[in-house]
Design a protein around this ligand. Structure first.
Ligand code: FPP
Length: 242
């Protein structure tokens, strides 16, 4: 079952970020891919099996998003809060990121360019292991010439950290604190406002994801667990703005 809720854009002015439904511009869809663990538990499988299926499904959703002419797809792969999970689970999810960033041929066939958003690797609090850093750098370089959809994976990402680091950078540059100067210092300045934020598996929370970029976005909540999120769900999310 799928339900749609929320219209945070209603709280903003006509020209504010994210408030551009019906304009025909390439859409930015952002997904909080929740429910892998519960998907696995319902089948008597370990949580890691749910994450594995979640990665497989992400590859399917990337293909569907390209077919629907989505401009930007941003997914929450691993948050700054996720490091407290059991070590074996964390290791498994890191391995799945390596697998996803390794899907270079598939991504090139789809003309998809890969990006990453998260705590800069050289920041004192960053925790991304070297092998994941290498996979991220390689995927970005090997897909850099693609001109189709931009797939951004959030890894070791937290919206509050991103905002704090942007504000610190604005102050260090002795600039006034304005929306424009904060925009300039976000982790990934090319990321446009989110049109639709999707959260799966029945949780009605934003969980520190793209707090600045989704200030005016519509929100699509669905009870579907991420591994089962399909074309029907994606189309319901897109229908909020197209
Ligand atoms: C939430 O499910 C999901 C995550 C914390 C990680 C998301 C990871 C994937 C979808 C795997 C592949 C994705 C990439 C980008 C490689 P949960 O464990 O919180 O599920 P639960 O709430 O049912 O326990």
């Amino acid at each position: 079952m799928s339900t749609t809720t929320g219209d945070v854009a209603a709280a903003t002015t006509a020209s504010s970020p994210g408030d551009h439904p019906g304009t025909g511009h390439p859409l930015h869809i952002a997904c909080i891919m929740d429910g892998n663990g519960r998907w696995a538990a319902r089948r008597g499988l370990p949580r890691t099996a749910g994450h594995t299926e979640g990665e497989e499904n992400l590859a399917r959703i990337v293909r569907l998003a390209v077919q629907r002419d989505i401009g930007w797809l941003t997914v929450f792969g691993f948050s700054t809060e996720n490091w407290v999970r059991p070590r074996t689970e964390v290791r498994h999810i890191l391995g799945l990121h390596e697998r996803l960033f390794g899907r270079i041929n598939e991504l090139n066939d789809l003309d998809v360019r890969v990006q990453w958003i998260g705590r800069p690797f050289d920041s004192p609090s960053a925790r991304t292991p070297k092998y994941v850093q290498r996979a991220i750098r390689k995927a970005i370089a090997d897909t850099a010439d693609n001109t189709g959809m931009l797939l951004t994976v959030a890894f070791d990402y937290g919206g509050r950290n991103e905002l704090m680091s942007a504000v610190r950078a604005v102050r260090a540059a002795d600039q006034p604190i304005t929306p424009a100067t904060i925009d300039e210092h976000l982790y990934l300045t090319e990321l446009p406002p989110v049109d639709v934020l999707v959260r799966t598996s029945g949780e009605l929370r934003v969980s520190n994801f793209l707090l600045w970029q989704s200030a005016g976005s519509k929100i699509h909540f669905t009870d579907t667990a991420w591994p089962d999120f399909d074309a029907h769900d994606l189309d319901a999310a897109i229908a909020l703005v197209r």
